[in-house]
Design a protein around this ligand. Sequence first.
Ligand SMILES: [Zn+2]
Length: 232
Amino acid sequence: MYSIHHEPHFSNRNNWLRATVLGANDGLISTSSLLMGIATANASTQTLVLTGVASLIAGAISMAAGEYVSVSSQSDTEKADLDKEAFELEHNAERELTELTMIYKNRGLDDELAEKVAIALTNHNALEAHARDEIGLSHTVTANPLEASFASAGSFVLGALLPVLCVWLLPKASLVVGFSVVTLLGLGLLGMLSAKLGGAKIVPAVVRVVLWGVVALVATGLIGRIFGVEVG
Ligand SMILES: [Zn+2]
């Protein structure tokens, strides 16, 4: 008997939205700070555009691949667990009932009640009862890995587009300010959104994510300045 702690990926609407917010966060921070480093090293506009677009595409593909692999392996694991459980139920019904009874006893029910509950739930839907109370799966429908990877890639692109648009729309002299404003504002809004979705307090969530944005921008800005001076 073993149990698995599942990260709930996309298992309901809320998780979809939270994953989308995280993807956008990622796109915004990584592309902005990369462009900040290049901009403070005095790169040409052409280099900045190329860097921004390359970062956007590379990041989107990386997010898609990561999400695809993660959701696929999660659903493989769940499927294997359920298959194993279904096999056991078919071939070892008695032992499975004892197992379920023990689970409820360990959760605090007395012997008689634990057995009653185990029998009732086994009659109702044995596989569901084992999936939920033994393996810890609350629902047996897993996410589609392709859908999950498109959602992650798409939200990364949305986040990365903000600094790329800065390069297109702003004069070169105001890029450093532009990246900072767009990134910190964007991160603040995304932090607010994710706090709302997760039912968390808004101010600490916003402060946290904005601080990380500042760290990323300052770090890459300094690196660009140091190496830009040396090279140029
Ligand atoms: Zn079982």
